[in-house]
Design a binder for this molecule. Structure first.
Ligand SMILES: [Zn+2]
Length: 302
């Protein structure tokens, strides 16, 4: 199962309906918790997920709305008796803040600190790229390797049946039959997480071809000067990011408390999103990651 559980969608200041940031990505057996702001532990209860599901925590940067929930979540995991290994990724320059937050947590946890200081892979399939914010900030990208979908009619025509299908998939060849002749490429899913940033190349690399792009959208287009001053995205810039990257779905989040109604922001993003589906995130909602369909030519359908 793959889905994103939205735990909070507020930037700097929470509101009556929006908690500080927090996103749990359930990805097969893993639970990746992104940017747990204040109150994340309680939001997890309201969303119906448990702290023990977290296997990896990914911080984009150490501004409070992205990490003050850490001690609570870690303490809760220890209280619940989580015995599995937990990795904590964060920008290396935030080491002092992260260690301070971790030191506040009570109980024993198999926690491993994984600071990063440059672009690249930080775990299998998980990579980071630098963003442009007021402190060192990295976005994340999770990519599933491409797979193959076997075509029953071609298998039958080639005379490959039963357990031989598995053997062909594993070995790539069975007698004269090559796996490429009886299957098509199934593109792996791509998830991108772009938080506090001005438009930049790193954001575009993260978002490239993403099935689901989660992007900050602190301001409406009318506040573009504020966005530029504080190094944040406007709604239109988030839409443009999705368009340039060819993302399929854009999930806007990290909203300023000045916007009780998010529909104008969603529409501003949609106008420039180049055909991507655009959603404004709502606290506690679950967003399933849809598998890509394939066409007869094996090309992914949007
Ligand atoms: Zn923020």
């Amino acid at each position: 199962m793959r889905e994103l559980v939205v735990l909070g969608t507020a930037s700097q200041v929470p509101t009556r309906t929006r908690n500080h940031n927090g996103y749990l990505l359930l990805w097969d057996g893993e639970g990746l918790l992104f940017d747990p702001g204040e109150g994340t532990q309680r939001q997890m209860i309201l969303a119906g997920v448990s702290a023990s599901q977290v296997t990896r925590i990914c911080l984009t940067h150490v501004h409070g709305d992205h990490c003050y929930g850490l001690p609570g979540v870690l303490s809760r995991m220890a209280l619940d008796g989580a015995e599995h290994r937990v990795e904590l990724h964060y920008p290396a320059s935030g080491d002092g803040v992260v260690r301070a937050l971790v030191s506040l947590a009570t109980g024993v946890l198999d926690l491993h600190l994984r600071p990063h200081g440059s672009a690249g892979e930080v775990a299998p399939g998980l990579s980071v790229q630098p963003l442009r914010h007021r402190v060192e900030c990295y976005g994340y990208r999770l990519v599933e390797p491409d797979g193959r979908t076997m075509l029953p009619e071609r298998l039958a025509a080639a005379g490959v049946f039963g357990p031989e299908v598995g053997r062909l998939q594993r070995e790539g060849r069975l007698g004269q039959v090559r796996v490429e002749e009886v299957s098509v490429v199934r593109p792996g899913q791509k998830f991108a997480f772009v938080m506090d940033t001005a438009p930049c190349a790193g954001a575009e690399e993260l978002a490239d071809g993403a099935d689901l792009l989660v992007a900050e959208c602190t301001f409406a287009d009318e506040e573009s000067e504020l966005a530029a001053a504080y190094l944040h995205l406007t709604a239109g810039q988030a839409g443009q990011l999705a368009a340039r990257a060819g993302a399929r779905r854009l999930l806007l989040t990290h909203f300023s408390s000045r916007y009780p109604d998010l529909d104008p922001l969603r529409r501003q993003a949609l106008e420039r999103a180049g055909g991507a589906e655009v959603l404004a995130a709502v606290d506690l909602e679950r967003i399933p990651l849809r598998r890509r369909r394939r066409t007869a030519q094996g090309r992914p359908a949007r």
